[in-house]
Write a protein that binds this ligand. Sequence first.
Ligand code: AMP
Length: 219
Amino acid sequence: MMVVFLGPPGSGKGTQAQRLESDHNFYHFDTGSRLREEAASGSELGERIAACINAGNLVPLDVIRELIVKFFDGSIPARVMFDGFPRNLDQAKVLSAALDSRGLQLSQVIYIELEQAALLARIANRRVCEHCGTIYNITTNPPFGPCPAGYPGCALTQRKDDSPEVFKQRLKVYMNETLPVLDYYLERDLLRRIDGDRTIDAVYASVVEILELPEHAAT
Ligand code: AMP
């Protein structure tokens, strides 16, 4: 099963994806995290990537294409969820070509919709654990208990690109480049919309319903 999560920055794609990963054994293909890892490595490529991320712009297509080609060249897990990809029409075509080359198809494209005012509030309150990468919201979804990476608690940091200025640019990029991807999948009869302005549990219930999965993992 191959699934794409689309939605503006802050709509909750990553949170839902992390939940599907732990409950239903989805492989979480998260371009943002992969790119941040490369950026943190200090390599020459990493510096180019960091400049794009910190400015709120998309990383060039050749970098993304390489990630995708590498993934489809390997052994592909039974359940894959693409989070943060594709982000423009060119990337959507790269994904279609990669799927075709392996005789695979997308099962669903889930679009999480949210108004701009709600996005701004979420981004301002978003924190990420620097050890385990879990995404939190300091008002609606704070951490409790030990960090899944084995620390006594999660160490929360704010992403640099969650500053109000960079966020504004990310939203602009989303409107100009990512929105046309919705039509691409609408034309292919793959797009399912869900209201993202609800609790994490309520959004998750819609996600699992669309994917025809049980809400909770079998124990
Ligand atoms: P995210 O973690 O999905 O919010 O992505 C953070 C940043 O990583 C974006 O603002 C882009 O700079 C970069 N990025 C993530 N995914 C992509 C992608 N598919 N194409 C281009 N840039 C990306």
